[in-house]
Design a protein around this ligand. Structure first.
Ligand code: AMP
Ligand code: ZN
Ligand code: FE
Ligand code: FE
Length: 289
């Protein structure tokens, strides 16, 4: 065994990007600047900020990236529906000022908030919890993480993971669905706004089954350009099946952490994307930095 060859073939952090992170602008617990600091500490080439339904953190992330000599790719994540599947869609370099794009982000942000309100109303019938306990000032995209943290603060559950596994799980009577949009429509809007649409984590454990080749084909016909394969929450079985499905299509392949700060174990840089893939994304994106 030639150790020199193995070391040379190891991906170096200077060529790697974390393309899926959340900050306090949605449901992460850190600022974009803290994400930049973590990425720089690891020696990564750069990162993307992909808060839910918003581009509000981009300026802060851009500035912090420049301070640390990092490359920044702007993005966001949207929760959509494809044939009964809850489908998270990442979009890179889409213009958030584009009329349809802006309207979609607004719609999804509103739906997220109303859904959280409905869940808190249900919980309030049985537990000592109010909307005021959940919604801290300045937080956008109030979702289950914020409800979970309020349940923890009130001593109703032990920690955030327990909240997600019990009271906030999709099988819980306190769960509520958000109004959503079709993934194909979101993909078309992202493409028209100059963005690069990438499926966020189709092999995550929480999925009951993997997207079928026919379903993937429909998304590609709408303009889907990539699939995130490497994700800390993947189920090995689902990933193997997804790898077989994706192999038949010319797609950009990414990997990223889905960092949310404290309260979720995913760490910055835990999964990463190759610099050459970021180059391809950037060639296609309207907002490149
Ligand atoms: P929601 O979008 O409101 O349904 O809540 C799900 C979001 O919470 C996803 O973006 C998850 O990544 C995030 N999340 C943060 N912390 C956790 C956790 N401990 N367990 C599961 N999901 C979490
Ligand atoms: Zn999130
Ligand atoms: Fe997601
Ligand atoms: Fe995410």
């Amino acid at each position: 065994m030639d150790l020199r060859v193995i070391i040379e073939n190891m991906p170096s952090p200077q060529d790697r990007y974390d393309l899926h992170t959340h900050s306090r602008h949605s449901d992460g617990t850190t600022t974009p600047a803290e994400i930049a600091k973590l990425a720089a500490g690891l020696g990564l080439a750069g990162f993307a900020l992909t808060d839910h339904d918003t581009a509000n953190g981009w300026d802060e992330a851009r500035e912090a990236a420049a301070e640390h000599g990092l490359d920044f790719l702007p993005g966001f994540e949207m929760t959509t529906m494809h044939r009964g599947r809850n489908t998270h869609l990442l979009a890179y370099g889409a213009d958030p000022q584009d009329d349809e794009m802006a309207a979609l982000l607004q719609l999804l942000g509103g739906a997220r908030q109303r859904r959280a309100e409905r869940m808190v109303e249900k919980l309030a019938q049985d537990f000592d919890i109010t909307w005021e306990n959940v919604a801290a000032v300045g937080i956008r995209a109030i979702g289950r993480p914020h409800i979970a943290d309020a349940l923890v603060r009130k001593g109703i559950v032990a920690d955030r993971d327990t909240a997600f596994a019990t009271l906030l799980s999709s099988k819980s009577p306190y769960y509520a669905y958000a109004e959503s949009v079709k993934t194909v429509d979101a993909i078309r809007i992202v493409c028209a706004a100059g963005g690069v649409p990438v499926l966020a984590h189709p092999a995550a454990k929480r999925n009951r089954s993997v997207i079928t080749p026919a379903e993937l084909e429909q998304l590609i016909a709408a303009g889907l350009l990539g699939v995130k394969m490497n994700h800390p929450e993947n189920s090995p079985e689902l990933l193997t099946e997804l790898q077989r499905t994706v192999a038949d299509f010319p797609l950009l392949i990414t990997g990223s952490s889905d960092f949310h700060g404290a309260g979720k174990i995913n760490r910055v840089g835990e999964e990463t994307t190759a610099a050459e893939t970021v180059l391809r994304i950037r060639e296609l994106a309207r907002i490149k930095h």
